[in-house]
Design a binder for this molecule. Structure first.
Ligand code: ATP
Length: 291
């Protein structure tokens, strides 16, 4: 077989809001959250193989390179569902911090779905890929489309939004991993202060950067801060460098700053670089993926 390959970008997401409404009968939590993609991305290299098997490799040792990897699960799902007889070698260049609240695994799965849809000539729409993605994980449908959206249900029901006004995003990942499952288990639904999601949606529509910054809110922050006080201190420290808005993404521990002014983004970066290893200055990615 001639070498047929693709390299697909798999961008991280941040939460502008994250609300948990109630626990459902099926055990999942009903969420409402605004997510947007940023240009910190893994790169998924897909190469077809004629032995009919899926093989996965990752350039970082702490990510599973077996059937536990969500990109592997995405390939297997497509292969089984559409009875594909060609194998694939998946190589993941991992740039997104792991267990960080940035949906790194979900975006790798989504990029693998998009890439293999093309390489295996399946001609599925993004809607069809998103529906398949929901079988792998709740954040996978959002990552299939990218852009900006409100996610409801367990995260799989999407309403697409226009992109927020362009700004700098400084992502700061302290050296610890947080299990999303742990944080859900420790949430006390009765004591929560809920975000005003509608206000942030309207501010995105109006391209009103300062109202977006004032509306940033995540009900998981208090739980993660309680378990890991250093994440709260990190948030306070980022504020002190002059960010326009600061929030923890997902269940953490990544905290990000939104900043309109480039020199202020640089000041935050320089102020934190010696203090935390993983600091990235990126942009919000405006557009949704094409098929
Ligand atoms: P979320 O925000 O969706 O909760 P996260 O960003 O907090 O996710 P991930 O980086 O997706 O967390 O990793 C969560 C777990 O998934 C890790 O324990 C990791 O071992 C596993 N995992 C499976 N596949 C991948 C992948 N391709 N990249 C990173 N982690 C993966």
């Amino acid at each position: 077989m001639d070498k047929v390959e693709r390299i697909i970008k798999a961008p991280a997401k941040i939460n502008l809001t994250l609300d948990v409404l109630h626990k459902r009968q099926d055990g999942y939590h009903e969420v409402e959250m605004i997510m947007t993609t940023v240009d910190l991305a893994d790169r998924i290299h897909l190469t077809l193989k004629d032995d009919n098997k899926i093989f996965i490799e990752v350039d970082k040792g702490f990510v599973p390179s077996n059937d536990q990897n969500l990109a592997y699960q995405a390939a297997k799902l497509l292969k089984d569902r559409f009875k594909v007889q060609t194998g694939v070698h998946i190589f993941i260049e991992k740039n997104i911090p792991v267990s960080a609240g940035l949906a790194g695994g979900s975006t790798d799965a989504a990029a693998t779905l998009r890439g293999l849809n093309d390489l295996w000539n399946l001609n599925l729409s993004l809607d069809a890929l998103a529906e398949l993605g929901a079988e792998i994980g709740s954040d996978v449908p959002f990552c299939v489309y990218g852009g900006t959206a409100i996610a409801r249900g367990r995260g799989e029901k999407l309403e697409h939004l226009s992109s927020p006004p362009s700004c700098w995003v400084v992502l700061v990942k302290p050296p610890l991993g947080v299990s999303t499952k742990d944080i859900y288990e420790k949430l006390t639904l009765s004591e929560m202060k809920h975000p005003d999601t509608g206000k942030v949606v309207q501010a995105i529509f109006n391209r009103d950067f300062h109202t977006i910054c004032n509306g940033l809110a995540n009900v998981m922050e208090e739980v993660t801060f309680h378990l890991y006080p250093q994440v709260r201190h990190l948030k306070e420290r980022i504020w002190s460098f002059g960010a326009d808005g600061v929030l923890m993404s997902g269940s953490g521990p990544t905290v990000y700053a939104l900043v309109q002014n480039q020199s202020r983004a640089e000041r935050i970066y320089n102020g934190l670089k010696g203090f935390v290893d993983q600091v990235h200055v990126v942009r919000i990615l405006g557009s949704r993926h094409k098929v």
